[in-house]
Design a protein around this ligand. Structure first.
Ligand code: UD1
Ligand code: CA
Length: 464
């Protein structure tokens, strides 16, 4: 029985990626919330290899800083070709025997299943080389798979191909399984006798074939999976493919995605059945949404927890917790550290930050609540501002349970408003309000009778 556990996976990530025209290394560009390299490593890790080696070169410090878990960097000082890259990685594990998988770091759509199948097929055939190929509409730039009598004899790089070979639409994907010992032997024999003056990994195929070893090829069922990224247009294309893949998965799991084409969901987002996502919704990072919740339209949630039955419309929410049956929006900006209680409300044109807002408490209109704790069943009147910053430091504001803050108040922190306390409309609250008290903190109104006739007489009229 095939063990399907490779001794090593080697990820090729040393290339420069100049066509991205970016100061970010190519393999660190992101789609669906994860770097290209991260996607490839994620798939590779499911093979549970003994060694997970990442060949780094260009921008190695930046790339190495993203490696976690089992992944270990191998530095390729000069990019002398894919064959050279694999050789120096293999040199770090000289005693390894068994299956070695090679994947390029710029094929982010490659799935764990495809890798598993590749390894199984490789071990079943006791092959020296098993390569994954793809049949594509436009093979420009790829190495062409040359077959004779059905079996693969070699791969010819685009730049080395003659006119007849250029007509071939089956291409190499740079995804392989090798037998470690045979791979080592062939890598010693690589030359740089080609158009690019590089040691081509693809030449291992011809060498194994010439040595009478078993070389098998599997054509990828889904050519999209093996697509590489060389420029931003390809990255955008693959991001769309991945978006569709993620949305389809959520649809199958019972999420109502009303407009798949405008719904972008990062890979680590978790959605329960019977969540509804309305058009133009983006769910990023570690966001989770519980059953019955409705998000959108026009809403972005980042690293946010949404509990059962909550509703968030036309708003931006970052690093927040939205309680069960609570509501947010339209047009609100909910910033990190906001915790909205069950059945609570952050209404229209409200900004919150680092604010605990209790169960059944409402901040319905046009307010700013920052660095504040508000109890349960309280109401914050329209236009109220928590004045949390004195120009030097932030201070905290506390409002108790069952409190009523009037419209257009300024709560000047640090300040406390007690349980069941009221504040009058238009108050600037600078001192604590005891439980059950009414605070009035504004000028008493004065009416000057007859002022208009005296000071602003109508045209042609004498002042009174
Ligand atoms: C390679 C294959 C080609 C295949 C194509 C699929 C070779 C010679 N050619 O071509 O047959 O159709 O992939 O996408 O293998 N890298 C290193 N060190 C190096 C050179 C490359 O780590 O010295 C890495 C790159 O960062 C990249 C991967 O290897 O992740 C592939 O290299 P790239 O230059 O993109 O090869 P292609 O020309 O695309
Ligand atoms: Ca490439």
């Amino acid at each position: 029985m095939p063990s399907a556990r490779p001794v090593a996976v080697i990820v090729l990530a040393a290339g420069e990626g100049t066509r991205m025209r970016s100061s970010t290394p190519k393999v660190l560009h992101r789609l669906a919330g994860r770097t290209m390299l991260g996607h490839v490593l994620h798939a590779a890790e499911t093979l549970d290899p003994e060694h997970l080696l990442v060949v780094v070169g260009h921008a190695r410090d930046q790339v190495m800083a993203t490696l976690t878990g089992k992944a270990k960097a191998v530095v390729q000082e000069t990019q002398d070709g894919t064959g050279h890259a694999v050789r120096i990685a293999l040199d770090t594990i000289p005693d390894a025997e068994g299956t070695v998988v090679v994947v390029p770091a710029d094929s982010p759509l490659l799935t764990a299943e495809t890798l598993h199948k590749l390894v199984e097929s490789h071990e079943l055939h006791s092959a020296a080389t098993t390569l994954l190929t793809a049949v594509v509409d436009d093979p420009t730039g790829y190495g062409r798979v040359v077959r004779s009598g059905g079996s693969v004899t070699k791969i010819v790089e685009h730049k080395d191909a003659d006119a007849a070979t250029l007509q071939i639409h089956e291409v190499g994907t740079s995804i392989y399984a090798f037998a470690a010992g045979h791979l080592r032997t062939a890598l010693q024999q690589l030359t740089t006798d080609n158009a690019q003056g590089e040691q081509y990994l693809t030449d291992v195929i011809g060498l194994h074939k010439d040595a009478g070893l078993t070389v098998t090829a599997t054509i990828a069922e889904d050519a999209d999976e093996t697509r590489g990224v060389n420029d931003r247009a390809q990255l955008a294309d693959l991001a769309r493919v991945l978006r569709d893949r993620i949305v389809q998965q959520h649809l199958r799991n019972g999420v109502a995605v009303l407009d798949p084409q405008t719904t972008w969901i990062d890979v680590d987002v978790q959605l329960s059945a019977d969540v509804t996502l309305k058009p133009n919704t983006q769910l990023y990072g570690s966001t989770t949404v519980a059953t019955g919740a409705v998000v959108g339209p026009d809403t972005t949630l980042t690293d946010t927890q949404v509990h059962e039955g909550a509703e968030i419309r036309r708003s931006e929410v970052i690093g927040a917790v939205i309680g069960a049956e609570a509501s947010v929006g339209p047009f609100s900006y909910v910033r990190p550290g906001t915790v909205l209680g069950a059945r609570g409300k952050i209404g229209g044109f409200v900004e919150t930050k680092n604010a605990q807002i209790g169960d059944d408490t409402k901040v319905p209109h046009l307010s700013y609540v920052g660095d504040a704790t508000i109890g349960d069943r309280s109401n914050i009147g329209a236009g109220t501002i928590v004045v949390n910053y004195d120009g030097q430091a932030k201070h905290r504001t506390t409002v108790g349970d069952d409190a009523r803050v009037g419209s257009n108040n300024s709560l000047v922190a640090p300040v406390q408003v007690g349980d069941r306390a009221y504040t009058a409309a238009g108050s600037a609250i600078t001192e604590d309000v005891p439980d059950g008290a009414l605070a009035v903190a504004r000028e008493r109104q004065r009416n000057i009778e007859g002022w208009t006739a005296e000071r602003r007489p109508a045209k042609g009229e004498e002042p009174a």
